[in-house]
Design a protein around this ligand. Sequence first.
Ligand code: KIV
Length: 263
Amino acid sequence: MSAQNSIGITINQLQKMRDSNEKIACLTAYDAAFAKLLDHAGMDVILVGDSLGMVVQGNPSTVSVTMDDMIYHTECVSGSVNHSLVISDMPFMSYSNIDSALYNATRLMQEGGAQMVKLEATQRQTEIVEELSAYGIPICAHLGLRPQYIHKLGGYHAQGTDSDSANELLLTSTTLEAAGADILLVECIPAKLAAEITKTVNIPVIGIGAGKDCNGQILVLQDILGITPGKTPPFVKNYMQSCSIQDAVTNYIKEVKSSDFPA
Ligand code: KIV
């Protein structure tokens, strides 16, 4: 049986938030308890990220995460949420051609209950984004540092740091917007480049380690709670210094909305 998410926040509302300069608050979640907590706190977007391979499964990267893992965790989350929009990650190699992308995105929506799928993208994924979009599948295109490419990149390094790669990322952003991407997620790129992308495209841009000027922010839940096994990236903020988990999540939403995070 597939999970059913009631319609709460929609892509139209995310677009309105972007157009009216209201910041979009996003966090990851992978289970029902945290999904309910974030939903009740008023989180705009919950991402069932393939980061679950690291923070839930304890693996060194996201590469080992399977479609079955993603469907299972997406179902746990989407069945527990009434307000937040649920995005689910397409795992490594699940969108290597148009047929597999269509098949697997359909599974995330029908079996998992996702309202949008996220895929790590360069311009090479343009046709895949076009096809998914043509069939009514909302898409978040994840640019910049793409963790599924870790073995090709040789480490989790900032991207778009020289003018050629910055121009390439700007072009990728506009190309994927034209292909039908509904939102962009930019990871670990210079704040100036993230600001330029945000100014250039007309869809919401969510940042992680990409400065203050994106339309919204996302972090991994375990990172803001200070319970990530192992090292956390330098841009992370621990919201659990002297408060409850509920307070930590509420403070994170407040600081994204008021632009106090990132500092
Ligand atoms: O998988 C994930 O959780 C992500 C976020 C880090 C943006 O892609």
